[in-house]
Design a protein around this ligand. Structure first.
Ligand code: ZN
Length: 198
C-alpha cells in the first residue's frame, strides 16, 4: 500500500540514492523539501542543475572547475614543476587549506580498485602521463593510504620512476584509511614535509 503520494515516494527514492543517505534520512529530507516555500525549492533545484551544467574537469589537472583551466593551474605564482597527485578535488582542497603547498596538483578523480573493477583507464591517469612530458621535477603521490590508494601509488611509482622524474609519497603520518579531507592541517603538512622518495 502507498502511504504517500507517488511524487513523494519518487523523491524519497532519488534522495535515498545519495551517498550516506539512508531511507530514514531520505524520508526526512523529502518531507522537509515539500514543506518549504515553492520559490526556495525552485532555487535549490536550479542550484543543483547549474552546478552540474557549469562544473567540469580542468583541462590541465582534472580538478572540478567552472573555467577551462582552474585558478591553480593558471597561476604564475605556483611551481608548475612539482605535481601532487591526489584522488579527489576534496583532497586537493584539504592541501590548499594548509596554505603551504606551492606546487600544482593532478586530480585522478578516483583510485585503482580492482575489487570494484576500477582500472587505470577509469581514472585520470592518461592526462597525468601527458603532463609528465613537460618540465616536471617531482611528482608527490598523495593518494589515500589504504588498499586502493596504495595500489594507485605503486602503479604511479612504477610508471614514473623510469622517466627519471623524482617520485615521493606523503609520509605515513596520515592515518591508514583516513580520508585526506578529514585530517587536520598540521597532520597534512607533516605528511607532506616528511614525504619519502619512492
Ligand atoms: Zn587545474
Amino acid at each position: 500500500m502507498d502511504y504517500y503520494s507517488s511524487y513523494i515516494t519518487k523523491l524519497i527514492e532519488e534522495l535515498g540514492r545519495l551517498p550516506g543517505i539512508g531511507s530514514k534520512s531520505a524520508q526526512r529530507l523529502a518531507f522537509y523539501i515539500i514543506s518549504q516555500p515553492e520559490e526556495q525549492v525552485k532555487h535549490f533545484a536550479e542550484t543543483i542543475l547549474s552546478a552540474k551544467e557549469n562544473v567540469h574537469y580542468c583541462q590541465c589537472c582534472c580538478t572540478l572547475t567552472d573555467r577551462d583551466i582552474c585558478p591553480i593551474c593558471a597561476s604564475p605564482k605556483r611551481d608548475h614543476s612539482t605535481i601532487m597527485v591526489v584522488e579527489t578535488t576534496r583532497d586537493m582542497a584539504a592541501y590548499e587549506k594548509t596554505g603551504q603547498y606551492e606546487g600544482v596538483y593532478h586530480v585522478l578523480q578516483g583510485a585503482i580498485d580492482p575489487m570494484r573493477g576500477i582500472g587505470v583507464n577509469d581514472i585520470r591517469l592518461r592526462e597525468l602521463i601527458e603532463r609528465l612530458k613537460g618540465d616536471v621535477q617531482e611528482v608527490i603521490i598523495a593518494t589515500n593510504l589504504g588498499v586502493e590508494g596504495d595500489a594507485t601509488a605503486l602503479y604511479l611509482r612504477n610508471l614514473i620512476k623510469p622517466t627519471g622524474i623524482k617520485v615521493t609519497r606523503i609520509a605515513s603520518g596520515v592515518p591508514v584509511g583516513g580520508d585526506l579531507e578529514c585530517i587536520d592541517e598540521v597532520t597534512l603538512l607533516r605528511a607532506l614535509n616528511g614525504r619519502v622518495e619512492q
